[in-house]
Design a protein around this ligand. Structure first.
Ligand code: DNO
Length: 402
């Protein structure tokens, strides 16, 4: 695996120096300051590359921008609203500009309205660490009582609805605001920061977009971008829905193994690949991560390794972000499956035999607490995750091992 790490640019409190000391080999970043739909110009790309290349004292870092996460797919593309054709044209131009700058792996997602969603950004663990959590009942309280979405109540089982009403009644104003903020005001990496009213307006624009329409729009997008990617040597990788089940009555088309299979078959080119995110997919009990790696391996262009622990076995339910080796995904089996794929690639002479992997998210531990880093992206928590994953990799690939 190629050990890469996400960086949010100069405002990120976790620096390039921190990354180097953590043992990172390459950088994952994006031009977060540009609005979705806009062209990423050669100048803007070069500026970010220069920022990645230096340490605080100006010494060369030796690190390069290796993976883009994410090149945002605008709402216009997803709904085929005004400007969608221009936005796809811009997306292709950005992809060409990235390739010209030497960047070949581009992650994106096709989640309507909200990028990833959590209800708690600093949920306390018994040892004093904090982590992110998605609480289904709190989410219901938000949807029904804060956003007040029409039809929201019918979207939840009765027991969840009742408990959500009780919880909402017991929340003070500060917690209500915090919950709304956590859900809609944009987690790191999200293309936009929304207000509650923006969300209501966007939900309205999705009224005619069923799962089937979103799938069709997704395929229209792939049919235009993937052949160009193939021709110029760029590997596209779609990130799964996070969480991988329906929210806010919106369509969801990248949550399961069947979804992945359909999207890959829609444009059957190596460039049309996937991001295998064990954390997002692992929030559903019916996603078999090591098996998915085995079956889709050849088209996995990017790995996000992290672990979650679910409260129960419902498809739509609560979970928290556990330690990298601590959640319910069998991480050792998953890494073993990755190493088998890399070996197949090496034998086939593929240039992309080492798959970029980022230790995704991490718990806030030690000096992370109070550092004010990006939620989910602490320095020490991720360093620990990376170190554990490297340990698993080293043990599994040791020549003397079983
Ligand atoms: C959630 C996060 C997201 C993700 C983007 C990819 O799991 O990692 O920011 O990176 O949705 O497009």
């Amino acid at each position: 695996m190629r050990h890469v790490w996400r960086w949010f640019g100069p405002k990120d409190r976790v620096s390039i120096d921190d990354m180097m000391q953590a043992g990172v080999q390459g950088v994952v970043t994006a031009l977060h300051h540009l609005p979705s739909g806009a062209v990423w110009t050669p100048e803007e790309i070069a500026r970010r590359q220069q920022q990645v290349a230096v340490m605080k004292d100006g010494a060369p870092s030796g690190l390069k921008w290796e993976v883009v996460e994410s090149l945002p797919v605008s709402e216009a593309i997803k709904t085929q609203g005004d400007d969608w054709r221009t936005h796809i044209g811009n997306w292709i131009t950005s992809m060409q500009n990235l390739k010209a700058a030497g960047i070949e792996v581009i992650c994106y997602n096709f989640m309507p309205v909200l990028d990833w969603t959590r209800t708690d950004l600093a949920w306390r663990r018994p040892n004093g660490a904090t982590c992110m959590r998605f609480d289904f009942t709190d989410f219901a309280a938000f949807d029904i009582h804060i956003l007040k979405r029409a039809g929201a109540a019918e979207d939840f089982p009765e027991d969840v609805r009742d408990e959500a009403a009780r919880r909402f009644a017991g929340m003070d104003e500060a917690r209500r605001e915090q919950l709304a903020g956590n859900v809609v005001f944009g987690l790191p990496g999200a293309a936009e920061n929304f207000s509650l009213q923006d969300v209501r307006d966007l939900l309205e624009s999705y009224a005619p977009v069923t799962d089937e329409v979103l799938r069709r729009n997704f395929h229209d997008f792939l049919e235009q971008v993937a052949p160009v990617a193939q021709e110029i040597g760029v590997r596209l990788c779609c990130h799964p829905d996070d969480p991988p089940f329906g929210l806010l009555g919106l369509p969801r088309v990248m949550s399961t193994e069947a979804d992945y299979a359909e999207r890959l078959a829609a444009v059957d080119l190596p460039a049309n690949g996937i991001t295998l995110c064990s954390g997002s997919l692992g929030a559903r009990p019916d996603n078999d991560l090591p098996g998915m790696m085995e079956r889709f391996g050849a088209r996995v262009h990017f790995l996000h390794l992290r672990n979650v622990r679910r409260d129960g076995d419902a498809i739509r339910g609560s979970f928290f972000e556990d330690e990298h080796l601590g959640g319910q995904t069998d991480m050792v089996a998953l890494v073993a499956s990755v190493l088998r794929e890399e070996e197949r690639r090496r034998k086939a002479g593929r240039a992309d035999a080492a798959i970029p992997m980022r230790p995704d998210h991490g718990q806030d531990i030690l000096d992370d607490i109070g550092r004010g880093g990006q939620p989910g992206y602490p320095a020490i928590g991720r360093l620990k995750g990376l170190a554990e994953l490297r340990g698993v990799e080293a043990a599994l690939s040791h020549r003397g091992s079983a």
